[in-house]
Design a protein around this ligand. Sequence first.
Ligand SMILES: Nc1ncnc2c1ncn2[C@@H]1O[C@H](COP(=O)(O)OP(=O)(O)OP(=O)(O)O)[C@@H](O)[C@H]1O
Ligand SMILES: [Mg+2]
Length: 277
Amino acid sequence: MDFQPLGMNDALATTSSGNLTQATNVVEDEIIIRTVKLNKYFGDKHVLKDIDFEVRKREVVAVIGPSGSGKSTLIRCLNALEKATSGEIYIHGEKLNPNLSIKQLSPIRSELGMVFQNFNLFPHMTVVENIIEAPRLVRKMPKDRAIALGEKLLAKVGLSEKRDAYPNRLSGGQKQRVAIARALAMQPRALLFDEPTSALDPELVGEVLKVMKDLAYEGSTMVVVTHEMQFARDVSDRVIFMSDGSFIEQGDPEEIFKNPKEKRTRIFLERVLSVLP
Ligand SMILES: Nc1ncnc2c1ncn2[C@@H]1O[C@H](COP(=O)(O)OP(=O)(O)OP(=O)(O)O)[C@@H](O)[C@H]1O
Ligand SMILES: [Mg+2]
C-alpha cells in the first residue's frame, strides 16, 4: 500500500462517492480510541481515576493540565507502554489485553503512532533507516518500497536532504520531524504526541508545530499532550483539562479557553496564559 496521510483515503473516497453527508457521518462515527473506567496506580498512588475517553476518527484532541496530573501515563497506557491497573482500552474496537507480551501486542500497538518529548530515534541508524525500521520488521515491507515510503515521508516533513544523516547531526526540531515521519511510516490510525515540543529550543518549536498542524488539517486523528496553549486553541477540535488523575473539563477549545466552567481549569489557564510571551 502506498503512503496516504491519515484519513486521506476516506476523504478522497468521500469526495468521489458523491454522497458527502452519508459518508461523512460514517467516518465521524468511527471511534479510534476508547477507554472505559481506566485506572492506574503506581504503588498506592492513584494516577488515573476512572478515565472514560473517546477519540473519533479525524479528531484532534489536546490534553492539557498541570505537571503530575497523569497526562503521560494516560498516553502510555493507550500505547501499552504502561499497564493499566483496571479498566478497558479499545483501539478501533479491538480490546487491548494488557496480559499479552509486547510481541503479541505489537499489531495493535502499531495502530497508534507515538511521538515522544525526547524523540527516541535510534542513534546508530540514519534518518531513513530510522523511518523504515518498523515497516520492514513489523509489516515485512520490501526494502525498495520501504525506502520509497521513507523518502516520501521525509519530503512531507521537509527533511529530504537529511535522508542519510545520523540523528546526532540533526537539530532538535529536525529530530522531532524525523520522529513524526517514523510514526507515520506505520500508517497508524492515530498519532499520540506527548509534549513533542517541550524539549526544543524556542526557535525550533514552530517547525514541529507546523508539521503537526498540516497533519491535523489533512484529517489525521491525533491526541496531543501539550503545553502549547496556542496550538491547543487553534488546531484542536477538543481540549481536555486533566488534573489529579481525572478529566476535570473538556470541550470546544474556544469555550474552554474563554469561558472555563471549572475553577481548577480557570486557575490553571490563568497561570499558564500569564507566562506566555
Ligand atoms: N513509573 C512511575 N513510577 C511511579 N510513579 C510514577 C511513574 N510514572 C509516573 N508516576 C507518577 O504518576 C503521576 C502522573 O505522572 P505523569 O507523568 O503521567 O504526569 P504528567 O501529567 O505527564 O506530568 P508532566 O506535565 O510533568 O509531564 C506523577 O505523580 C508521577 O510522579
Ligand atoms: Mg508528562
